[in-house]
Design a binder for this molecule. Structure first.
Ligand code: DAT
Length: 172
């Protein structure tokens, strides 16, 4: 059976992991967190002194995922998207959270002031939305509000319906 690949992107803290895991458990699709994948495989290329974090080796991440993506049925979660092959994804969701809510979530994570401000700016200037629009066909890029639990539930139901329709359309 053919299954779609879905990209969940957006600023850290908007709810990609929460949505991705729940969606995977309800749809049977596989969930891949690119941050975790990189950590497990040490898919890094140097260290960013300013941000105090390792730099992702994008080519190795792509190589690592290629076979799974080719098979289909994968939900990918990452706060970036311009280095994935465009052909991988059938739909792209950019999660969006109001600044005050995002600020509280990131504060809870213990982010330092610089990291907090950088991420809030990232959301204000809709950096990930612009990146997604620049990297994928406009028709497949959708924003999803992610401020409250009701919206999480709405988003899940909406995406489950989309998956069901996609599967029907591509397996008959
Ligand atoms: P991300 O993977 O984008 O970094 P996350 O899934 O870890 O984000 O979520 C960050 C926090 O926000 C976490 O405590 C769960 C909470 N959260 C996520 N989506 C939410 C929603 N729609 N309503 C309320 N809280 C949400």
């Amino acid at each position: 059976m053919k299954l779609p690949n879905i990209l969940l992107t957006g600023t850290p803290g908007v709810g990609k992991t929460t949505l991705g895991k729940e969606l995977a458990s309800r749809s049977g699709l596989k969930y891949v967190n690119v941050g975790d994948l990189a950590r497990e495989g040490q898919l890094y290329d140097g260290y960013d002194e300013e941000y105090g974090c390792p730099i992702l080796d994008e080519d190795r991440v792509v190589d690592e995922l290629e076979n799974e993506m080719r098979q289909g049925g994968v939900i990918v979660d990452y706060h970036g998207c311009d280095f994935f092959p465009e052909r991988w994804f059938h739909i792209v969701f950019v999660l969006r959270t109001d600044n005050s809510i995002l600020y509280k979530r990131l504060e809870t994570r213990g982010y330092n002031e610089k990291k907090l401000q950088d991420n809030i700016q990232c959301e204000i200037f809709q950096v990930l939305y612009e990146e997604a629009r620049a990297s994928y066909r406009e028709e497949i890029v959708h924003q999803l509000p992610s401020n409250e639990p009701e919206q999480l539930e709405d988003n899940i139901n909406q995406i489950l319906k989309w998956i069901e329709q996609w599967v029907k359309d591509h397996n008959s």
